[in-house]
Design a protein around this ligand. Structure first.
Ligand code: ADP
Ligand code: ASP
Ligand code: MG
Length: 451
């Protein structure tokens, strides 16, 4: 079996869905479990809808609901023209999902209050809609397809909007569900992103979470491969929206890919790699607009050569500097600092310390950041650097590559660098710069390393 995940741009409309179905048809001998995202921009619309309902903007809610329903019905009509036997049930699925959503939105509007539970229910509808339509299109194309509800497979705990998958439950449930769904069928389709808690509450895996869903399902069924179909030729040496000449990487290690995703490369959800690593399942990143291209193969570390693989970045970060003379010659100071971050659920990216100083970076505006600063101020003097960004050069065994540091810093000699960090894993060299300088610096570093 293989898992094939299609992202939002790969199911954006009639042409994209037709192409995705052709790609699936070419893999039937591998028993594909297809995982789909919402059609492009639909999840954004649903987040907006949730906020509009919370602030009782009933006209806006109605407008967004109409847009959602019309777009999906039109797409079904375009794809299933002349196939009434498939079109009518597809339209009735769309209407049923939209009616259910309208009821939830109505309830939120009436209350004027949006709980995380209602929000998770609302934003889940994009994947429910896209998967229903695509299931009908696959069946109409002669691919016998069973639809499976991802909420029966992906069980989470913790935060409802950023659920933490319960690996044991997932491992337990998924193989049986998938095996049954394949009885008499050529393919199975399910939704990315959406999940359910153990006590039956609808949850989601966080923005971009469909990659994670695919990898969790792949892990549970011991898939031969996990294919991530997207809108670029694979994982590239940099974000192509910033660096024009970014190059395709033909191979990458799990560790490098995870590091890239954690340090800003939006091509994969940061958690995607972990379930695949557990079962050593290769991940292939492929372009649904250019299926001939062999994409990027993400494999076990031993199969990958040393070398710089990418320049990734995070555009919005905060640097927190702590100064305290109490730190000199005392133990336990760092742990006190980390406790503050941990207790407030703020994740630290980089850290750099001297005798009396600690600097850390984190996302620019996590919840609770004000509280973190207040609590740190009780035992250290704090200064904050705002409008900063972080650039990471990532690759296996960077330390063995003589001249890398020079190639990174020479081209940006006029750029102020506020913090530098190279972990002992030698896979990541990160620096903090002014946000205004970010893009120019990324281009210069990329060109110096790859041209
Ligand atoms: P999908 O909807 O298929 O999940 P995403 O938009 O989440 O697609 O991810 C693909 C996008 O990631 C690409 O269009 C590209 O702009 C962006 N991206 C950022 N960094 C990289 C990178 N290093 N390699 C490839 N794509 C990248
Ligand atoms: N549809 C969800 C999002 O836009 C999940 C995904 O596409 O991966 O965030
Ligand atoms: Mg994505």
């Amino acid at each position: 079996m293989i898992v094939m995940k299609f992202g939002g741009t790969s199911v954006a409309g009639k042409n994209e869905i037709s192409r995705a179905v052709e790609i699936i048809a070419s893999r039937l001998n591998k028993k594909p479990v297809v995982v789909v995202s919402a059609m492009s921009k639909v999840t954004d619309l649903l987040y907006k809808l949730a906020e509009a309902a919370a602030s009782k903007q009933t006209d806006l809610c109605e407008e967004l609901m109409n847009e959602l329903r019309t777009r999906h019905i039109r797409t079904a009509e375009d794809l299933l023209e002349g196939k009434a036997g498939y079109l009518l049930p597809a339209i009735s699925c769309v209407n049923e999902i939209c009616d259910g959503l309208a009821t939830t939105v109505g309830a939120v509007c009436a209350l004027g209050e949006l709980s995380d539970r209602s929000k998770a229910s609302i934003v889940s509808n994009g994947e429910l809609l896209s998967s229903s339509i695509i299931a009908h299109v696959m069946n109409a194309a002669g691919i016998r397809t069973e639809q499976v509800n991802a909420r029966d497979m992906i069980i989470t705990s913790g935060d409802v909007m950023n659920g933490e998958p319960d690996l044991a439950s997932i491992q337990d449930r998924v193989p049986g569900i998938i095996e049954k769904a394949f009885e008499g069928n050529d393919a199975v389709i399910s939704q990315g992103f959406i999940s359910r808690s153990k006590d039956g509450v609808n949850t989601v895996l966080g923005r971009g979470g469909s990659d994670y869903s695919a990898s969790l399902i792949g892990m549970a069924i011991n898939a031969e491969a996990i294919e991530i179909w997207t809108d670029v030729d694979g994982v590239l040496t940099a974000d192509p929206r910033v660096v024009e000449g970014a190059l395709r990487l033909s191979r990458l290690s799990f560790e490098e890919a995870a590091e890239m995703a954690h340090f800003g490369a939006k091509v994969l959800h940061p958690q995607t790699i972990e379930p695949a690593v557990r079962k050593n399942i290769p991940i292939c990143v492929l372009n649904s607009k250019n299926p001939e291209c062999e994409g990027t193969l993400i494999l076990n570390d031993e199969q990958i050569e040393d070398g710089v693989k990418s320049v990734s970045f995070k555009e919005r970060i905060l640097v927190i500097n702590m100064f305290s003379t109490k730190m000199i010659n005392t133990s336990g100071f760092l742990s006190k600092v980390f406790d503050v971050f941990k207790n407030n659920n703020v994740s630290i990216d980089l850290i750099s310390t001297t005798e009396a100083n600690i600097s850390v970076t984190c996302e620019e505006s996590p919840n609770n950041i004000e509280k973190v600063i207040e609590e740190l101020s009780e035992f250290a003097s704090i200064s904050i650097d705002r409008d900063k960004a972080q650039i990471s050069v990532i690759g296996k065994n960077l330390v063995n590559l003589t001249g890398t540091v020079q190639k990174v810093f020479d081209p940006i000699e006029d750029t102020k660098v506020y913090m530098i960090s190279q972990g002992s894993s030698y896979i990541n060299l990160t620096m903090v710069v002014d946000r205004a300088e970010l893009k120019a610096a990324v281009i210069k570093i990329h060109n110096s390393l790859f041209n």
